[in-house]
Design a protein around this ligand. Structure first.
Ligand SMILES: [Zn+2]
Length: 393
């Protein structure tokens, strides 16, 4: 069964999987053998940590290195055609093993510092290509699930990504080797293994990228102690599969009006200039960044409606249609249309924008800062209204 799956993977792939170096091919065969007991068939991508001598040699790629990325047949998104959107892809930190999953975890990633690096690793790919990741509670149906596995002790294999060898990408398992000397929070020193770059690499497999033939890439088969971020070759790979991320971020500026105790937010540059000229407002900088009103093709981005309260001289934003309809009937507010676009669910590169109601001023306050939210959440005059939408900082 799996031999057939493997043959299909090679023959069906217009990209030069089958033309790869003997070494690369061997790695795939090895992975296939390992998963031969899985009836549905799977491909396992591995990041191996070779001995330092080999790494030194492989780091110096020749100047005429024209080798490049390779991608799998399968991708995320409604269409399997290359260059089309990956759409919204769910991910979870596994909390248990489910019957039939392609690979079992041995333990679960509960440490937030590791979780945070995985979210950032997802956002690295999200920033470049037309694919968006959002976190969900763990279940067997989640698109990409992350966990620990006791793979082979310290060194050698650092992580394994397993997915069905035929059909669209589906229920991918990303397992990191529990026994590595992992380093989180920046670039790892030479004696430790960088978790974030390993996560970026494994997620690369999870979204359909094979090992690159060039050493100047994070998708190279062996771990590099010098490459911690996406390289040009990796960006070429992910945009080949999903197209470019065309989200143009616009800044939403924040002002404070001491006279009324209310805040004013705007993404309109003319308005920003006019408010700055008036002496009524204190300039507080960029509150958060959002998506332009014109970009109505971004999957997951919804309109955030803007209302003006003339008494306060402040704006109210809402992404909820029911609230919008309610406010349109409220004579205290003037409906101003779509202020900007943001996301209705959290994605890897967005953060929640929290909304507060100020009972003293009658206005609303928005913040994308967790620190600020925590600092003001117990202010007696403020009513915490939760996550209004998700934007960028
Ligand atoms: Zn790999």
């Amino acid at each position: 069964m799996c031999v057939l799956c493997f043959a299909y993977l090679v023959d069906g792939d217009p990209n030069p999987l089958s033309l790869g170096q003997g070494y690369q091919k061997g790695l795939i065969v090895e992975a296939q053998t390992r998963n031969a007991d899985i009836s549905s068939g799977s491909y396992s991508g591995r990041l191996s940590d070779f001995d330092p001598v080999t790494i030194e040699q492989s780091l110096t790629a020749p100047e005429s290195d024209t080798k490049e990325f390779r991608v799998f047949v399968s991708k995320w998104g409604e269409s399997q055609e290359k260059g089309t959107t990956g759409g919204l892809v769910s991910y979870s930190f596994a909390t248990q093993n489910y019957n039939g999953q392609l690979r079992d975890f041995d333990s679960f990633i509960t440490d937030v510092s590791f979780q945070k690096e995985i979210v950032e690793a997802l956002s690295v790919w999200e920033d470049e290509a037309d694919i968006r990741f959002f976190e969900v509670s763990d279940s067997s149906h989640v698109d990409i699930r992350f966990g620990w596995a006791n793979i082979d002790g310290s060194r050698s294999i650092l992580g394994e990504t397993t997915f069905p060898s035929t059909g669209p990408l589906n229920q991918v398992i990303v397992a990191f080797d529990r026994d590595e000397d992992w380093f989180v929070g920046g670039d790892a020193p030479v004696n430790l293994i960088d978790f974030s770059s390993t996560a970026i690499h494994e997620i690369g497999h999870a979204i359909g990228i094979d090992h690159s033939e060039t050493n100047q890439s994070i998708m190279r088969a062996s771990y590099s102690r010098e490459i911690f971020d996406l390289q040009r070759d990796d960006i070429n790979a992910v945009t080949d599969i999903y197209g470019q991320n065309e989200i143009i971020r616009i800044d939403v500026h924040r002002f404070y009006r001491p006279e009324t105790g209310s805040h004013f937010f705007t993404s309109n540059l003319d308005e920003k200039v006019n408010v700055e000229k008036s002496n009524a407002f204190d300039v507080e900088g960029v509150g958060f960044s959002a998506v332009s009103t014109e970009d109505d093709f971004i999957s997951g981005a919804v309109p955030v409606y803007r209302f003006f309260n003339p008494d306060l001289g402040s704006h109210l934003f809402t992404a909820f249609d029911t609230e919008k309809n309610h406010l349109i009937d409220n004579t205290n507010f003037i409906f101003e249309g779509i202020g900007f676009r943001a996301f209705s669910s959290d994605t890897a590169s967005t953060v929640p924008v929290y909304r507060f109601f100020n009972q003293e001023s009658g206005g609303h306050f928005f913040t994308a800062s967790e620190v600020e939210k925590d600092a003001i959440i117990n202010f007696p005059q403020l009513v915490f209204e939760g996550e209004a939408f998700y934007a960028f900082i």
